[in-house]
Design a protein around this ligand. Structure first.
Ligand SMILES: *Cc1c(COP(=O)(O)O)cnc(C)c1O
Length: 403
């Protein structure tokens, strides 16, 4: 259904009938009976944590994304923290991050004692701009952490070349892009460490949870140790060798993922391909319909990659719109469509301004683009009728607010 085919009716904001009575979320998990049964089975077993479901989930995950190792942790944020730590990032170091991302990409750099350095983004994709990143490299720079914003993998040939030419580690924040690929290879094996999130709005869920993948066995060992207090042997190792002895050789955290969560993750992973396909199908319908919009346009999708489609982000052509974004946001919410904004530039949050002195002007493209984006609903269980409701609501606001 193209936007222009819809007729003009009164906005719900002005007292008209809303497109939907029940709010359509921008993202939502899918849970089926197999997921429930997998969790119940662990609940009835002897190990709720540190048991066999953890290794089983890790092995399956590594096989699905094509990496040598996968280490399960308690969140995507923990995955980033563990990855930075395992790659040796610490006090005094600098890590390049894009200005448009979820705060955790930068926050986890601070956890290690290093500082995030905010880089500008590409105008068309909102992915980290390699030129901006290169211009911010100093003697202190140890790593670059690109984010696969909205699910679109960055150009990892380019990122790798940049990292190698300056001796930097490469950490991929793939919290949006599980299921995506670049040059025919799955997201999860391009960087020195790749971090995933299993929060309910992400591609698969374990409630809270995360994973780090790597192809380096020493990095994998450091990741495992870090997620369990910095202790060098696991509970399972000690059981096997009938010993109570262990040594703590590093300062770690309790970032473990439970067997209950891993069983859920394992069951969810079976549906990843089907869900990625459905997300892409929905995105294609949006792409098609938005061609006839005068007020909204999608972000650009680059060649040579499969976009994971975690988010469907649209831009307001500000010059065509007679109201501000907050009014559009409220109008769409009133129609029953839960739009959202991903994200305000991280360096403009009060915490970063106070701590690092980052101010407006640091990343002009990010700052301009962030003012005119919002995310419209996309998730695997969304029906074509749901999608038509979104288009109907967009059409209503476009007709009402077109200059
Ligand atoms: C969700 C997300 C994270 C953090 O993941 P959690 O599992 O919520 O801790 C990090 N980076 C990005 C880009 C994210 O979207």
């Amino acid at each position: 259904m193209a936007l222009k085919q819809l007729r003009h009716d009164t906005l719900a904001l002005d007292g008209g009938a809303p497109v939907r009575s029940e709010l359509l979320p921008y993202g939502r998990q899918s849970i089926d009976d197999a997921d429930v049964n997998a969790v119940v089975q662990v609940l009835r077993s002897s190990h709720l944590t540190c048991g066999p479901a953890v290794g089983a989930f890790e092995e399956r995950f590594a096989a699905v994304v094509g990496s040598q190792h996968a280490v399960a942790v308690s969140s995507g944020t923990a995955a980033l923290h563990a990855a930075y730590h395992a790659l040796g990032i610490g006090p005094g170091d600098e890590v390049l991050v894009p200005a448009i991302t979820f705060a955790a990409t930068a926050n986890a750099v601070l956890y290690t004692g290093a500082n995030p350095i905010f880089c500008d983004v590409d105008r068309d994709t909102l992915l980290i701009d390699p030129k901006s990143a290169e211009s911010r490299i100093t003697k202190k720079t140890k790593a670059i952490a690109p984010v696969d914003y909205a699910g679109q993998p960055c150009d990892y040939a380019e990122q790798r070349a940049l990292a190698d030419s300056h001796g930097l580690s490469l950490i991929e924040d793939a919290c949006h892009s599980l299921g995506g690929s670049y040059q025919g290879k799955k997201v999860g094996s391009f960087a020195d460490c790749t971090a995933f999130s299993f929060h309910p709005v992400k591609m698969i869920t374990t409630g809270e949870g995360g994973m780090v993948t790597t192809n380096d066995s020493e990095t994998a060992r450091r990741l495992r140790q870090f997620r369990s207090h910095g202790i060098s042997t696991s509970f399972q190792d000690r059981e096997k060798s009938t010993t109570y002895e262990y040594e703590m050789t590093d300062l770690g955290f309790n970032y473990r993922l439970t067997d209950i969560q891993c069983a859920l993750g394992m069951s969810q992973l079976c549906k990843l391909d089907e869900w990625t396909n459905r997300r892409r199908e929905l995105a294609l319908r949006y792409d098609e319909a938005l061609k006839s919009s005068k007020m909204f346009s999608p972000l650009e999708t680059k060649a040579q990659r499969v976009h994971g489609r975690h988010l469907y982000v649209i831009r307001i052509k500000l010059e065509t719109c007679s109201v501000d974004r907050l009014t559009l946001f409220r109008a769409l919410r009133a129609e029953g469509i839960a739009v959202n904004v991903h994200y305000a530039p991280v360096h403009l949050h009060p915490y970063y301004r106070n701590r690092l002195g980052t101010e407006a002007g640091l990343c002009p493209v990010a700052e301009y683009e962030a003012r005119r984006i919002f995310s419209i609903p996309i998730f695997p269980a969304m029906t074509n009728e749901d999608l038509d409701d979104v288009l109907h609501a967009l059409n209503k606001v476009e007709l009402a607010f077109l200059r």
